[in-house]
Each structure stands twice: as C-alpha cells, then as structure tokens.
Design a protein around this ligand. Structure first.
Ligand code: FMN
Length: 388
C-alpha cells in the first residue's frame, strides 16, 4: 500500500522531513523548489545518497534501560546537544525572506552550528545577531579583496569556523537550472508565469525585495548590478583553478577552525591535515555536482580508520531521518551536516519550520538510540550495523 503523506500547508502537522518537503513543494514556485530539490544530470547520485542508507540495517540490543538518553557529542572543542550542523546553502532568501537568519536562529535554539554560504542572501552581521555557533562557508573567489573582507567580517562577528568548499571548481550539470533561466539571472517566461500561481510567495518577494548575494554585492560594479549581470559577475568570480596552495593561503589568513568540504579521497584528507585543517566534510554536495559520485557514507569508514583520531570528520549528503544520522555516527562520523532537511523546513514556514525540522530529526535520533539499547553516542559503534 502506498504511504499517505500529509498534503496540507501547516508545518506543525508535518511528521517527517519528507512531509516538510511536500509543504515546500506546494508553497514555492517550481523553479525555486527545483533549485533546492534537484541534483546533477540524471540525479543518480541524488537518489543513491538516500538508497545507500538502506544497505545498512540496525542490530539492537534488548533489555537495556535506555530511559535516560543524551544525544550530546563533542565537536571542535565544545559539546553540542545532538550531532547535527546546518550545511551551507546559497540563495536561502528564495525559500524565505531572511532565510539565513531564520536557519541560524533555529540552529542557535537547538544549540548546533549553522554554516552561512558565501552566496547567502543575508549579511554576516545580521546572521551574527542570531547568536549560537556560526560557521562561514567560503568559495574561493578570484578577487581576494572580497575573500579578505568576508574573513575579516566573519572573525569580527564571532564566526568560529571556516568551511572551504572545494567541489565546485566546475559549474555543475544541473540541467533543470538551465531550463529555468533563458539567460543567466533571467527567469524564463514559463517560470515567471508559473510563479504567479504562488501569489503568497510572490508577495513575500515583492515586500522584501529580490534576494541579493548580500556579502558580495558591494563589490559588484554598479553597472553590473542588474539581476542578470550580477549572476555573470558572481560566476566569473568563483576561482575555477583552486589548488592546495589556495588552502595554504586561506589557512594563513584565518585564525579560527578550518574545515575542507567536498573531500572524498583519503589522500586529500592527508593533504588537508598537512596544511593545518582541523577537519574535513565528506560530501558530494548533496548530489548536485559530480554525477554517479560515491556517497560519503561509503567512504566514511576508511576516513575514520585513518584520520578519526587526528581530525574532525563530518559527513553530509542525503540525510533525512534520525536513523540515517545514527548510522553515520556508528561508522565513526563526528557529526552530520544537513542541507535540504532544514531548508525544506525554512521553505515551508520560515524559522518555525526550520525549528520543526530540527525537532523532527532530534526526536527520531533519540527514538532510534533508545530502541538500539543505547543511552548515548559513546555507546554507539559499528556493532549496531548489519551490512547486506
Ligand atoms: C539549495 C542548495 C544550495 C547549496 N549551496 C551550497 C553553497 O552555497 N555552498 C556549499 O558549500 N554547499 C552548498 N550546497 C551543498 C550543501 O552544503 C550540502 O553539501 C548538501 O546540501 C548536503 O546534502 P543534503 O541536501 O542531501 O543534506 C547546497 C545545497 C543545496 C541543496
């Protein structure tokens, strides 16, 4: 029998991330939803990121008193109440006005770190007011004045960790994105007409203004600030020939913790370590970059064996259920990043929706831990997993 999912628009009635996804799908115009949901090319990696969890099944211990449970784990020098970090996602203002601030506030309320994208639509200083543990994600840009400006402002605003994303050196084959725009930054007529079927979303955008790449916009020459030309400026800024030397340079310029995101090969983690990184984020960018890429979960055990004691190993791509998070932790991850899971929450209902997404995940992680006969992550290891 087909599962029946909630079909309404009240985020409080969503029991699962998938139901929040449904609300987001109904609330957003197709192009804006597709931007969150979609993957590269035939979306094989996107699908595999979910499928891979099915090949790991749980082996619980029974008759253990798990009535008192804690999900807390240490991460980069401090405890967090559950092993989650909100991943950096660009253009969050398309999902909800001030989407970055909404996500940062939800993360702060849950006590977990929030990562602000280079291509965020809220200013670093506005996000800082949300409080909590703040991380900045960096795409290395050709104009180093912009990079210096971002790092200086983030440090001054109390951001503790810099996440350098390395898997977007080539712009990816997201064909739906190309279909949505007739030219860079110019929505196709069809998409514009379809947006009119979502008058609440359109009204929100009109009231709050078209989202801008808030932390870079001041560097765009005034004659290039139209939506279309802005887009061209930004993609021309992303440095396509980034190398390890650039990481060395960034390491020298950033005094806080440094993570390298988009690592999937063991030898790259060694190079990150040699250059003074504090950790890696194993990621295939949520299936949005290299098609038929390995899932980070598949390579995680090798990284944990080799580097688990030497650096922080975070994993992302495809996490939608608390049980998924427990599986990654059992394989030795220090924490999990979620991208779409909280983005669906914010797209469904702003900050309360993002909070709800985190509550759903928290409840699921807690429940799974209890059913496995475990009271904390200190008691979780590969013994709880059966591979078949
Ligand atoms: C809409 C969207 C925008 C993203 N933008 C960025 C970005 O600006 N910088 C970055 O490092 N990763 C970006 N990512 C990748 C996420 O940080 C993360 O790796 C991915 O979402 C994890 O997969 P999940 O969405 O299945 O959780 C983006 C992902 C999505 C879905």
């Amino acid at each position: 029998m087909k599962r029946r999912l909630y079909q309404g628009s009240d985020y409080r009635r969503a029991q699962t991330i998938e139901e929040l996804e449904g609300i987001a799908r109904r609330r957003l115009p197709h192009f804006a939803f597709q931007y969150i949901f979609g993957g590269a090319e035939d979306e094989v990696t996107l699908g595999w990121n979910r499928k891979v969890f099915e090949s790991l099944r749980f082996v619980p211990n029974t008759l253990v008193d798990t009535s008192q449970r804690s999900l807390a784990v240490p991460l980069l020098g401090a405890q967090i109440p559950m092993p989650l970090v909100i991943a950096p996602t660009g253009f969050n203002g398309l999902s909800w006005p001030g989407g970055d601030v909404a996500l940062a506030r939800a993360a702060a309320a849950a006590g977990i770190p929030f990562s602000l994208s280079t291509f965020s639509t809220s200013r670093i200083e506005d996000v800082a007011r949300a409080g909590g543990r703040l991380w900045l994600q960096l795409y290395i840009l050709r104009n180093r004045d912009i990079v210096r400006d971002l790092l200086t402002r983030a440090a001054a605003s109390g951001f503790e960790t810099l996440v350098v994303t390395t898997d977007a050196n080539v712009s990816s084959g997201r064909e739906w994105d190309k279909r949505s725009y007739s030219a860079p930054g110019k929505l196709s007529l069809r998409c514009r007409l379809e947006a009119l079927l979502h008058p609440h979303w359109v009204a929100q955008i009109l009231r709050n203004g078209v989202p801008q790449i808030a932390n870079v916009v001041d560097f765009i020459p005034p004659e290039q600030r139209s939506t279309a030309r802005r887009q061209l400026f930004i993609s021309s800024q992303v440095q396509r020939d980034i190398r390890w030397d650039d990481i060395r340079e960034i390491r020298g310029a950033w005094k806080g913790k440094l993570l390298i995101k988009g690592v999937l090969a063991l030898e790259d983690a060694q190079r990150a370590l040699d250059l003074g990184a504090d950790g890696v984020v194993l990621s295939n960018h949520g299936g949005r970059q290299l098609e038929t890429c390995v899932s980070p979960l598949e390579v995680l055990p090798g990284f944990v064996r080799e580097f688990g004691g030497k650096m922080t190993v975070i994993v992302d791509s495809g996490f939608r259920r608390g049980g998924d998070v427990v599986k990654a932790m059992a394989l030795g991850a220090h924490a999990v990043m979620v991208g779409r899971a909280t983005l669906y929450g914010v797209a469904a209902a702003g900050e309360p929706g993002a909070r709800h997404a985190l509550q759903i995940l928290n409840g699921e992680i807690d429940r799974v831990l209890g059913m496995l006969g475990r009271r904390s992550f200190a008691e979780v290891d590969e013994k709880i997993l059966f591979r078949g």
